[in-house]
Write a protein that binds this ligand. Structure first.
Ligand code: NAI
Length: 779
């Protein structure tokens, strides 16, 4: 006689399909969809099929959006803008609440529709996608209510073009639409071509709640429609999708003045320490890589296990793998559904084959896959070396690599051995260790003893090639708002860089100064051996080094090496900044005289001293936050330095402009490579002794003089520069944005402004990026 335990263990699950009649009737009634423009559906144009990936059967026909469709949608959004932006936050909040409630009423319908269209298990669309989408509208209704208090003087960008992927179709829509509307923007959203249906259902909900026409417009279509939206007359682009397309969009928007946020790919580490609760970590892997068939940008796709437990962990993991149920997504017992599209399935096959060809060993669940549809058995890849394509490329399927490490340092090194920086998951019962590792991994989101937890109140977004900008919480709202703008000032006449460079020595008669570069805390000669004459009123006032690419590369290397600066406390950085202020104050008269003699305002010196005191004060006060997330976590938002920031300073206000940009950057723990005003580089180069006597570690501030745009271009192209600030003309700004696309560095192109008022939170925000860390709390 088998025992009850044995019976329970051998018993198979009976099918428990969710009813789909209501959704199929809805689809049958619509049949072919047009776009949703100006509050109504357009007539279908040229259409393509939206298929059910679990069966390959068509669900509906949707329209391939043309340029004209995009133009019409943008026009409708533009027309709706003044009224929508003119509403009070409270009034907009009412609309967002109404949307949230209507979504809630349709929870089951939307879950089934999402599962049919995307292939994800109904359990996930029902328990994760749809509830979280609703939560986003509620949360952002709250931001609309509070906007006047919490974002005083801010204005919406205007019309936002939003392009979303197919892995969380309705949820990504909510992530984009809710903050945009709360902030007073109107939107044109393009859903992914594989999964347009919940967006179209959402459009119906907008019509049903009576949302003013044109506030939300939805245009379906593929990448061509997306490209048309990027090129259209919109004020902001928000994109989630592949890094490759993110890069195209960065280049396409360069110099357009359109605001941009990019949420791109990842290859996130999942680190299991020897003292981890291994069973919990195994369940973590289930949520990390077998959730949503692994089609998750922040999937824990690189498992790194401590060598001492790796064997045990792998054994438990493979046992768990064997129990995963793959099959009908509508079945409530299904763990893993279908891959979104045959094309994506092919991509997964190709990458896994490449991984195997490069020596990795695939362990795959021996499950019976359904005869039709796009299914892939979940698995893990063992023995993949760091250069294996499966370790490097985003597979976006239900397979993670598993490799081992010996020490925490090695774990960090492996974790950061990627061009991405989206998320990381850390498993250890030792919170001290886990928090230490959290500080060291390059990731925008870190989960401790958890993975793939999301909430509207917490920021989400990446570092490095995973993109820039955050979605969710206050920081997400900020990306849909423009700060009160300072008045732009005309740029002072740029300095003359002599066409014929002169050798640095000997100094010609009448020339009273020869500056040097400042790299790694030392003064050095330029690689070219040349200097250029700096003139004032036709008189040569000195020679400044003509820096070149090599000098910039040396400066970046020195800045890179000074990484300790990001780790010292805010208090310590404040001390150095106070010191700079005091040492400059001791030489105030001398600096004033020099500025005066070269036609600049001596007042810049006093203002620079104040600025140094100001950022010294801020260095230990630019606090992060603890987020009120729905789950029991202490979810902290930490302001982290970028690393190395390249700064091209304004020609106007050569001392104060330089200080206004460099000081907040270093106050937040960044290292800087600065290009001072070419017309008066001495204002910056005269500071070397001030820096040297103020305990500023070598390499924290590096200064390379010379032609601004040429040097800035090298900085923008450099992979070790994480962010680039550029103050100059619009042509230069466009160049910087385009050149920064290679490693997707965040750029800040700012016009010349009144530098006497150029300080505050804006600079500190720009000087830091938020890392969100989810720590267990309570039960
Ligand atoms: P994709 O990046 O091509 O598609 C995402 C969205 O961008 C879709 O709406 C698409 O129509 C649109 N799009 C495509 N080309 C465009 C262009 N030139 N201009 C504007 N919009 C454009 O992603 P795809 O091809 O569906 O998937 C390819 C790979 O990308 C996946 O295997 C995965 O590795 C990665 N991916 C990452 C996502 C993430 O959330 N990080 C989401 C989707 C895909």
């Amino acid at each position: 006689m088998p025992t009850v335990k044995e019976i329970l263990e051998t018993m198979d699950y009976g099918p428990a399909p969710e009813a789909s009649g209501e959704v199929t009737a809805w689809l049958a009634a619509r049949g072919r969809f047009g776009h949703f423009i100006n509050g109504a559906f357009t007539k279908p144009g040229e259409t393509f099929a939206a298929d059910n990936p679990a069966t390959g059967e068509p669900l509906a026909e949707v329209t391939q959006g043309t340029e004209d469709d995009i133009t019409a949608a943008v026009k409708a959004a533009r027309k709706a803008l003044p009224k929508w932006a003119g509403l009070s936050g409270h009034e907009r909040a009412q609309w967002l609440y109404a949307i949230a409630r209507h979504l809630q009423k349709r929870e089951r319908f939307l879950s089934v529709l999402e599962t049919l269209d995307n292939g994800k298990p109904i359990r996930e669309s029902r328990d994760v996608d749809v509830p979280l989408a609703i939560r986003h509208f509620y949360h952002h209704a709250g931001w609309a209510e509070l906007i006047e208090d919490e974002f005083p003087g801010h204005t919406p960008h205007g019309v936002c073009g939003q392009i979303i992927p197919w892995n969380f179709p309705l949820l990504m829509l909510a992530w984009k639409v809710a903050p945009a509307l709360a902030a007073g923007n109107t939107v044109v959203l393009k859903p992914a071509e594989y999964t347009p249906l919940t967006a179209l259902a959402f459009a119906e909900i907008c019509a049903e709640v009576g949302l003013p026409k044109g506030v939300v417009n939805i245009v379906t279509g593929d990448g061509r429609t997306g490209a048309a939206l990027v090129a259209a007359e919109v004020d902001k682009i928000a994109f989630t999708g592949s890094t490759e397309v993110g890069r195209l969009i960065r280049r396409a928007t360069a110099g357009s003045g359109k605001a941009l946020t990019l949420e791109l790919g990842g290859k996130s580490p999942f680190i299991v320490f020897a003292d981890a609760d291994l069973d919990a970590a195994v369940e973590g892997v289930v949520d990390a890589i077998w959730f949503n068939q692994g089609q998750v940008c922040c999937a824990g796709s690189r498992i790194l296990a401590a060598e001492s437990v790796a064997e045990d962990f792998t054994r438990r993991l493979t046992a768990r793998l064997a129990k995963l149920r793959v099959g009908d997504p509508l079945d409530k017992c299904t763990d893993m559904g279908a891959i979104v599209h045959p094309v994506q399935l092919g991509r997964i096959h190709d990458l896994i084959s490449a991984g195997e060809a490069a020596g990795a060993r695939l362990i795959q669940a021996e499950c019976q896959l359904p005869p039709k549809g796009s299914f892939y058995a979940p698995g893990i890849l063992l023995d993949a070396h760091p250069a294996n394509p499966a370790m490097v490329e985003e597979i976006f399927g239900p397979v993670a690599t598993l490799s081992t490490f010996r020490t925490p340092d090695e774990a960090v090194e492996l974790a950061n051995n990627t061009r991405y920086g989206l998320s990381a998951s850390i498993w250890s019962e030792n919170l001290t260790l886990a928090m230490d590792i959290a500080a060291k991994v390059k990731a925008g989101v870190v989960w401790i003893n958890a993975t793939n937890v999301f909430d509207a109140a917490a920021g989400f977004g990446g570092m490095r090639e995973s993109g820039f900008g955050r979605e969710g919480g206050r920081e997400g709202m900020a990306t849909y708002l423009r700060r009160p703008s300072p008045t732009a000032q005309p740029e002072a006449a740029a300095g003359r860089l002599d066409a014929a460079p002169q050798t640095g020595s000997p100094a010609a008669p009448g020339i009273d100064r020869t500056a040097k570069l400042y790299i790694g805390g030392k003064q050095s000669r330029p690689d070219s051996g040349y200097s250029y004459a700096v003139t004032y009123k036709g008189r040569e006032i000195g020679l400044a080094p003509l820096g070149n690419r090599k000098d910039i590369r040396n400066a970046v290397e020195a800045a890179h090496k000074a990484s300790g600066w990001g780790k010292v406390t805010g208090h310590n950085r404040a001390q150095v900044l106070y010191y700079i202020a005091e040492n400059l104050a001791a030489r105030q008269a001398e600096f004033e005289a020099r500025l005066h003699d070269t036609g600049h305002s001596p007042k810049e010196v006093a203002a620079t001293i104040r600025r140094a005191f100001y950022y010294a004060a801020w260095a230990d006060k630019f606090d992060g936050a603890v987020k009120s997330t729905k789950t029991r976590n202490v979810t902290v938002a930490m302001n982290e330095p970028w690393g190395v920031i390249g700064i091209a300073c304004p020609d106007a206000a050569p001392l104060l402009g330089f200080a206004s940009l460099v000081l907040p950057a270093i106050a937040m723990g960044n290292r800087v490579v600065a290009i001072p005003a070419a017309s008066m580089p001495f204002a910056a180069t005269d500071l070397y002794q001030v820096f040297d006597t103020s305990d500023l570690p070598g390499g924290v501030v590096n200064i390379v003089t010379g032609p601004r745009d040429e040097l800035a271009k090298t900085l923008a192209q450099h992979d070790d520069v994480a962010a680039m600030w550029y103050c100059g003309g619009s042509e230069g700004a466009a160049m910087i944005e385009a050149e920064s696309a290679a490693n997707l560095k965040a750029t800040w192109t700012l016009p010349n402004r009144d530098w006497s008022a150029a300080q505050g939170r804006e600079f500190l925000d720009r000087a830091s990026q938020i890392k969100t860390i989810w720590v267990p709390y309570g039960e």
